[in-house]
Ligand binder design. Structure first.
Ligand SMILES: Cc1cc2nc3c(=O)[nH]c(=O)nc-3n(C[C@H](O)[C@H](O)[C@H](O)COP(=O)(O)OP(=O)(O)OC[C@H]3O[C@@H](n4cnc5c(N)ncnc54)[C@H](O)[C@@H]3O)c2cc1C
Length: 482
């Protein structure tokens, strides 16, 4: 008989969280810490969503999305998780760029970018200072009419090389383009580039296991292999969820699932105002990614000077369309040294990431898809050869993931790596105005995506839910759900 993953589940909770990405996990933990009863439902057999890892024979553990995050993670982890988690965050020191315009290594913070812009790129110190202050001073309520491209043109007219230095990592990081509002760049840039890039010592597996332990300590009822089929709504109020033939009621539901799936598949367009639905339909998804995972043979090593993060490109200039093209010219290599998992086996790993369009992969026949993956692996090795000589002979394991892989494991529409574009945030935030008690806390709007963005968004939404629950006289559970 198949295992019942909902065995002994209660019939009612204060809040149900659908999905265990970093946004869902953090929202569940914050609510439970405040004494609320919380049910966390994850469709996959592992928690973490895109913050995940996988193991391969030989002691290799690959991280999917642990390439780098801003220093703000330390504060957020300390406040909303544990000191142990916060204390495991360490800085990446070697961030490299290698492209036809320039090759350099940076500590990726404001001081070093200032040095580079003045000494290497010949920009006036006052201009650099003014640019950083403008980027740093931007906030969500600022005028949103200026685009990132216009912001660069204002400070560094005609300087494609400067734009590349300042923009390429952000495009890799969240798929944002020169056409996106400058505010999105300003916020991400000052978060990322003011104090460097950080990672989690112990790997994603250690992080997620620590989070699970903390959630259990706070009383979250965690259920994996639980695919929520429907969010139940009655007379404009959320009532709970339905899955595996069961209805479970709750005063509030937080969906960490993709924003579009939350509205159109899990809830249903009929529960929202037509104007809201039009707005939701207009929300653009962010792009997806491909990755190639490589492990060096046991005993082999990568020279530490290779760096931790390498933004490499053969494209003569920076163009977002080139970064997204299936004809890959630009890749980010993450090099993982044994100190990422000090307690693990002494393994050296490399993950190559590229931004990608879902349709470039989805339209392929099974044979074409396999051939395209082989080509991705082959071209990645060609590119890696100049940074890790003789890599073909040195690699013990290699495999590729595509937008279809990300869609398969997380149910993200079109395998979106960073949820939705900027306009998704307004739709996500106004969800509870449409259906009382229904919230969304997952990657959206560039700012609320990535490890730090989604974690912080989980906190914001958990606080909204706490306010709602505290002021709400819970409605009697309707008979229809019993
Ligand atoms: C290749 C790649 C590299 C990345 N690199 C970085 C990086 O270096 N730095 C960084 O900060 N960010 C990075 N990111 C982005 C970052 O990983 C994500 O923004 C973040 O982890 C998303 O968190 P989330 O809370 O939105 O949830 P997600 O991770 O999207 O998780 C959503 C969860 O909901 C579950 N779910 C969906 N539908 C249902 C349902 N019906 N029932 C039950 N469960 C459901 C899914 O299974 C999943 O577990 C990367 C992403 C990718 C794909």
């Amino acid at each position: 008989m198949p295992k019942d993953f909902l065995q002994d589940v209660r019939s009612h909770y204060d809040a149900i969280v659908i999905g265990s990405g970093l946004g869902g996990l953090t929202a569940a933990n914050v609510l439970a810490r405040e004494g609320r009863s919380v049910l966390l439902l994850e469709q996959h057999y592992k928690l973490g969503g895109l913050a995940t890892w996988f193991k391969r024979p030989g002691g290799h553990i690959f991280d999917i999305s642990l390439h780098g995050f801003p220093q703000g993670m330390v504060k957020s982890c300390r406040r909303y998780w544990t000191s142990e988690i916060a204390d495991s965050i360490v800085q990446l020191h070697g961030v490299r760029f290698d492209n036809p315009m320039f090759s350099l290594t940076t500590s990726f913070d404001r001081k070093d970018f200032t040095r580079l812009l003045i000494d290497r790129f010949g920009i006036e110190p006052a201009k650099v200072e003014e640019f950083f202050n403008t980027a740093r001073g931007m906030n969500f309520y600022d005028d949103q009419s200026m685009t990132t491209g216009q912001l660069f043109e204002k400070y560094f007219p005609g300087r494609g090389d400067v734009v590349r230095l300042l923009m390429e990592p952000i495009t890799y990081a969240n798929g944002s383009t020169l056409e996106d509002p400058a505010i999105t760049y300003g916020i991400v840039f000052s978060n990322f580039m003011s104090k460097g890039v950080f990672t989690f010592e112990g790997g994603t597996d250690h992080l997620v296991k620590s989070m699970e332990k903390e959630m259990r300590r706070n009383g979250v009822d965690i259920r994996i292999n639980c695919d929520v089929e429907r969010i139940l709504v009655e007379r404009g109020v959320v009532r709970g969820v339905e899955l595996a033939g069961k209805k479970i009621t709750a005063d509030a539901v937080i969906s960490n699932s993709n924003l579009r799936s939350t509205i159109f598949s899990l809830t249903g367009a009929e529960y929202f105002d037509p104007a809201f639905i039009d707005e939701a339909k207009a929300v653009r998804l962010n792009n997806s990614s491909t990755q190639v995972y490589m492990a060096l043979k046991e005993g082999d090593e990568i020279d530490r000077n290779t760096g931790d993060l390498l933004f490499c490109s053969t494209a003569p200039e920076f163009r977002t369309d080139l970064l997204l093209s299936r004809d890959i010219t630009s890749r980010t290599f993450s090099f993982y040294y044994p100190d990422i998992r000090p307690d693990g086996k002494q393994r050296y790993l490399i993950v190559s990431s590229t931004n990608a369009h879902y349709d470039d992969w989805n339209r392929l026949s099974p044979e074409e898809y396999e051939a395209s993956k082989r080509d991705l692996i082959e071209t990645t090795l060609e590119s890696l050869e100049q940074y890790v000589p003789n890599c073909r002979e040195r690699i013990a394991h290699i495999e590729a993931a595509t937008p279809r892989t990300f869609e398969h494991y997380t149910k993200h529409v079109s395998g979106a790596s960073f949820g939705t574009k900027f306009e998704g945030l307004a739709v996500s935030r106004t969800l509870p105005e449409q259906v009382r008690g229904l919230y969304h806390a997952g990657s959206c709007g560039i700012i609320m995506s990535g490890w730090l963005g989604t974690m912080n968004y989980g906190v914001i939404v958990a606080n909204d839910v706490l306010n709602y629950l505290n002021t709400q006289v819970p409605a009697p559970t309707p008979a229809v759900l019993n």
